[in-house]
Design a protein around this ligand. Structure first.
Ligand code: FAD
Ligand code: 2HG
Ligand code: ZN
Length: 482
C-alpha cells in the first residue's frame, strides 16, 4: 500500500472529445495542445512517481488570456482541470487523479518588470524560481524563498503551495512577500490584483485567498513579489550536536546572538545523513563520520564581511565552550558551502532512491518536534527507517519513513497515528507542502469543522462546477456528494 487515496471519479465531469481538442487547438495552436504519449506520461506522473493520472491532454498556454479562454470553455463543458507548474509538489496535487485536462504554465515565463528602487518584481507564473533568482542576482537582489526544487519549480507553483523553504526564518511567508497576483477564475474571469504596493488597506485583501490553495480556486497567471537586497557576505557552518535538546538550545542561542544576520537554521538527524551519504553521488560528511546524532546547518548573511564573520565565530566559540555544539566546520569557499547545502537539500532525492517513502511535513512546537520521530521509530522497529530533518528554525519537521517497497503493515502503523499525534499537540499536518490528494481527507486534523465548511462554501461560490483541481485540498465528500 503506497498510502495513495481511493477516490471515485465525479460522474458529472465530461469526458474529452475530438471537438474539445479542436477547440483547444483553435485557442492555443496545434503545438501547444499535447497528445504525445511520452509527454503525457511525464505530465501525468508526480515528482515522486507515487501519484499517476490518465489525462489525455496537456495544454500549454502562452498568455493569461489563453488561460481564461481555456477555463471558460472547460467550465461550460464541465471538463475538470489540473493546474501544473514545475510538477515538484510532494502531496499529489499537481497531477490529474483521473482524466483532468492538464494546464501547464511553463511557457508563461516572462519577467514583466523589476523596480530596482523598491525591489519589486513582476513576472509570469511559469518563471522558474532559480531563473528569477539569477536575474535578480544581476541587479543586487534575491528571491525571498529558496528550496531544493528551485531548478524546476515555478513561482506560480510556489505561490499556490505557499512554499516555505530554506530562508523562511529570515524572509518569512509568501503571504508577506507577495504584493499582488493576477488570477484566472474557473469561469474565465481574469482577476487583476497585481498591485505593487507595500501598503494597501482598501477592503478585503483578496490575493491571500489564492496563496497556498493549490490551484483549487483559480490559476495564478502573474505574480508581484517583494525581493530583498542580496547580501554581499554569506557564511555557512555545518555543526554536530549530541542530542535534540542541544539543537534546540543552539536555535535559541543563534536567534539571540546572530540576530539579524541569521538566514537559515536547518537540522538533520544521523539517519537523514546516512540516507544522503548512501544514495547521493559525491556527498561526504564534512565531520568525522558516525560520531554524532544530529547535524545543524546555519547560514548567516549580511553586508559586512568582517563583522559577520566575527559574529559567527564568536557564536560558534561560545556554543562549543558551553557544550551545545560537539563539532563543526565553517565553509571556506563557495564549493564547500554548496557541498553542505547539497547534504541538506539532497535528502528528498536520496529517500526516493532508497525505495518507498511515506512523507510527512509537520508544524509543531520546537520543544516537541523530535518526540514524534522517536515514537515512530519505536512503533515501527526494524520494519522501516525513520528519518527526521527540516526547518527547525520554523518549527517544521520533515518526518519520512523509508522502506524497500510500499508495505501495508508499515502504513497502518503510521496512519492515522501520526495525524492524531500532531493534532493532539496542536500542530499542523502540512507545514509547507499543502494537502493535495494525499491529505485532502485529513484536513480536519488541523482545521475546525466550521473552517472546513467555510472553505467548501468558498469553493462552491468560486467554482460552482468544481472543475478546478478536483479531489485535492478538501474532502471530495463535501463537494461532490450532494
Ligand atoms: P507543482 O508541483 O506543479 O504544483 C503544486 C500545486 O500548485 C498543485 O496543486 C498545482 O495544481 C498548483 N499549481 C501549480 N502552478 C499553479 C498556478 N500557476 N496556479 C494555480 N495553481 C498552481 N516545498 C517547500 O515548501 N519547501 C521546501 O523546502 C521544498 N523543497 C523541496 C525539495 C524538493 C527536492 C522537491 C522535489 C520539492 C520540494 N518542495 C518544497 C515542494 C515543492 O517544490 C513546492 O511545493 C513548490 O512550491 C511547487 O512548485 P511547482 O511549480 O513544482 O508546483
Ligand atoms: C525540504 O525541506 C523539502 O527539503 C522536502 O520540503 C521535504 O522531502 C521532504 O520531506
Ligand atoms: Zn521543507
Amino acid at each position: 500500500c503506497s498510502g495513495t487515496i481511493e477516490v471515485q471519479r465525479n460522474t458529472s465531469f465530461s469526458e474529452i472529445t475530438s471537438d474539445d481538442i479542436q477547440h483547444f487547438v483553435e485557442i492555443l495552436g496545434e503545438k501547444n495542445v499535447v497528445q504525445d504519449e511520452d509527454r503525457l506520461l511525464a505530465a501525468n506522473t508526480d515528482w515522486m512517481r507515487k501519484y499517476k493520472g490518465s489525462s489525455k491532454i496537456l495544454l500549454l498556454p502562452n498568455t493569461a488570456e489563453e488561460v481564461t479562454q481555456i477555463l471558460q470553455y472547460c467550465n461550460r463543458r464541465c471538463l475538470a482541470v489540473v493546474p501544473q507548474g514545475g510538477n515538484t509538489g510532494l502531496v499529489g496535487g499537481s497531477v490529474p487523479v483521473f482524466d483532468e485536462v492538464i494546464i501547464n504554465l511553463g511557457s508563461m515565463n516572462k519577467i514583466i518588470s523589476f523596480d530596482n528602487v523598491s525591489g519589486i518584481l513582476v513576472c509570469e507564473a511559469g518563471c522558474i524560481l532559480e531563473n528569477l533568482d539569477a536575474f535578480l542576482a544581476n541587479q543586487g537582489f534575491m528571491m525571498p524563498l529558496d528550496l531544493g526544487a528551485k531548478g524546476s519549480c515555478h513561482i506560480g507553483g510556489n505561490v499556490s503551495t505557499n512554499a516555505g523553504g530554506l530562508h523562511f526564518i529570515r524572509h518569512g511567508s509568501l503571504h508577506g512577500n507577495i504584493l499582488g497576483l493576477e488570477v484566472a477564475l474557473p469561469d474565465g474571469t481574469l482577476l487583476d490584483m497585481l498591485g505593487s504596493l507595500r501598503k494597501d488597506n482598501t477592503g478585503y485583501d483578496l490575493k491571500h485567498l489564492f496563496i497556498g490553495i493549490e490551484g483549487s480556486l483559480g490559476i495564478v497567471t502573474k505574480v508581484s513579489i517583494l525581493t530583498p537586497s542580496r547580501p554581499s557576505s554569506t557564511n555557512i557552518a555545518f555543526l554536530a550536536c549530541k542530542d535534540y535538546s542541544s539543537c534546540q538550545n543552539l536555535l535559541v542561542e543563534a536567534k539571540r546572538s546572530l540576530g539579524e544576520i541569521l538566514s537559515a537554521f536547518e537540522f538533520l538527524d544521523s539517519d537523514a545523513m546516512d540516507m544522503a551519504l548512501t544514495h547521493l553521488e559525491g556527498v561526504r560528511n564534512p565531520l568525522p563520520p558516525s560520531l554524532y546524532n544530529f547535524y545543524v546547518l546555519i547560514e548567516t548573511a549580511g553586508s559586512d564581511e568582517s563583522y559577520n564573520k566575527a559574529k559567527l565565530e564568536a557564536f560558534l566559540l561560545s556554543s562549543m565552550e558551553d557544550g551545545i555544539i560537539s563539532d563543526g566546520v565553517v565553509a571556506q569557499d563557495i564549493n564547500q558551502a554548496n557541498s553542505f547545502w547539497r547534504i541538506r537539500e539532497g535528502i528528498t532525492e536520496a529517500l526516493i532512491k532508497a525505495g518507498a517513502v511515506y512523507k510527512y511535513d509537520l508544524s509543531l512546537p520546537v520543544k516537541n518536534i523530535y518526540d514524534i520521530v522517536e515514537e515512530m521509530r519505536s512503533r515501527l522497529g526494524e520494519s522501516a527507517k525513520v528519518v527526521g530533518y527540516g526547518h527547525l528554525g520554523d518549527g517544521n519537521l520533515h518526518l519520512n519513513v523509508s522502506t524497500p517497497i510500499y508495505d501495508d503493515a508499515v502504513f497502518t502503523k503510521i496512519e492515522p497515528f501520526i495525524y492524531e499525534w500532531t493534532s493532539n499537540h496542536r500542530g499542523s499536518i502540512s507545514a509547507e507542502h499543502g494537502l493535495g490528494l494525499m491529505k485532502a481527507n485529513k484536513i480536519h486534523y488541523s482545521k475546525s469543522s466550521e473552517s472546513v465548511q467555510l472553505m467548501a462554501s468558498i469553493k462552491k461560490l468560486l467554482d460552482p462546477n468544481r472543475i478546478l483541481n478536483p479531489y485535492k485540498v478538501l474532502p471530495s465528500s463535501m463537494l461532490f456528494n450532494e
